[in-house]
Design a binder for this molecule. Structure first.
Ligand code: DQA
Length: 147
């Protein structure tokens, strides 16, 4: 089984971008940890990042057409993107929204997620560890759907 881990805008800057909020791990560090975690669970991983909303929409559609599992950190598009919400709603696959920070503890404009309504569940506030937690949660979603 394949899982897509999609990362939105500015997450390519992790490690140097507001490390007091997002931590010191780079996206490459997180990808390495996700690859190891997925392998241990018998999952194949497609790990991607884009600053473009359209790329993320295309990749959600691609994950759905392949019947993959999906983890998405939509980053700032979380708070604005109806296009991503619609893409996620159209994807009938197991899907998890993920945030490094606890968006409810931040500025008012970050406290609402436009996209989360289309996710099976949301993991936030655990920093880079959240990616591992999301992979484990996705694995159990996949297993529960199969049974
Ligand atoms: C984020 C939270 C968003 O509000 C922000 O725009 C991001 C990252 C997080 O992972 O905590 O870029 O999705």
């Amino acid at each position: 089984k394949t899982i897509y881990v999609l990362n939105g805008p500015n997450l390519n800057l992790l490690g140097q971008r507001e490390p007091e909020i997002y931590g010191s791990d780079t996206l490459a560090d997180i990808e390495t940890a996700c690859t190891a975690c997925s392998r241990g669970l018998g999952l194949t991983i497609e790990f991607r990042q884009s600053n473009s909303e359209g790329d993320l929409v295309d990749w959600v559609q691609e994950a759905n057409s392949k019947g993959a599992g999906l983890i998405i950190n939509p980053a700032a598009y979380t708070h604005t993107s109806i296009a991503l919400l619609d893409a996620l709603k159209a994807a009938s696959i197991p899907k998890i929204e993920l945030h490094l920070s606890n968006i409810h503890a931040r500025e008012a404009f970050r406290q609402h997620s436009v996209t989360a309504a289309a996710a099976d569940g949301v993991i936030m506030g655990f920093g880079a560890t959240g990616y591992r937690l999301a992979i484990e949660a996705l694995k159990s979603l996949i297993e529960n759907r199969a049974s």
